[in-house]
Design a binder for this molecule. Structure first.
Ligand code: 13P
Length: 257
């Protein structure tokens, strides 16, 4: 938690979800009641094929829909890619950029991620910029160096609290059921907060949301979300089930009292 920051729980469906998943999504909309919506923003980032349909289903609830990646250009000869403008046109309000699976599978570097974040802003979307160390980097004790260079390289200079969310996702915690100790999460998140405040000023940097991602589940959400400078979660596997993502968001009922 950070005082005065409205938390965000975002679900990253990755390459999962068909038309038939609409039933599960409907249960998410129904479960995101007024009490929950008062406490926490909720967003689902389905595969691109479902963005428009889900965004239309979500109306008039406050549940937001986002994309999982975008191209840096607004249009052109880039077969298979999706422009931020297309996501915005499909009523997405945000896009994840620089997820470790994109960095790994598509050889995306910090400079690509930075260009994608700029594209998100050009299209009026919030950019959710992902950073995180590999297991070998944690073992070598270079976690903070790695995070610092990713923040520097992946976040454009004109970031503002209204259009940037940073997601800290240790690569070794993604899909493994393993999570860092709360003290380790606090160390990295406080480090990220300090870097954002130093670069963008106390006012902007102090209000940017910093999400934790990597094996967030209903049974660990309250512990992780209560950590200093953790302003929500980026959830993979557990975001596919309405009961699980709603239980994770509901951690804020306990934390906020
Ligand atoms: P899991 O929650 O499945 O570990 O995935 C985390 C993630 O990569 C979210 O972007």
């Amino acid at each position: 938690m950070t005082p005065d920051i409205r938390p965000l729980v975002a679900g990253n469906w990755k390459m999962n979800g068909l038309k038939a998943s609409a039933a599960e999504f409907k249960a998410m909309i129904e479960g995101y009641d007024d009490d929950l919506a008062r406490r926490v923003d909720l967003m689902i980032c389905p595969p691109a094929t479902l963005v428009l349909a889900f965004a239309q289903m979500a109306q008039p609830s406050e549940l937001a829909v986002g994309g999982q990646d975008c191209h840096a250009e607004a249009s052109g000869a880039h077969t298979g890619d999706i422009a931020a403008e297309m996501l915005a046109d499909a009523s997405a309000t945000a896009v994840i950029v620089g997820h470790s699976e994109r960095r790994q599978d598509h050889d995306e570097r910090d400079s690509h991620v930075r260009d994608k974040a700029k594209a998100a802003w050009r299209a009026g979307l919030i950019a959710i910029v992902c950073v995180g160390e590999a297991e070998a980097e944690r073992d070598e004790g270079v976690t903070l160096d790695r995070i610092e260079s990713q923040l520097k390289g992946s976040i454009p200079d004109d970031a503002r609290a209204a259009n940037l969310v940073v997601a800290y996702e240790p690569v070794w915690a993604i899909g493994t059921g393993r999570t860092p100790m709360p003290g380790d999460v606090a160390e990295v998140h406080t480090f990220i907060r300090d870097k954002l405040s130093a670069r963008f000023g106390e006012d902007e940097g102090g209000r940017m949301r910093i999400l934790y991602g990597g094996s967030v589940k209903p049974n660990n959400a309250e512990t992780l979300m209560a950590v200093d400078n953790v302003d929500g979660a980026l959830v993979g596997g557990a975001s596919l089930k309405a009961d699980d993502i709603l239980a994770i968001a509901s951690a804020y009922r306990q934390i906020m009292g």
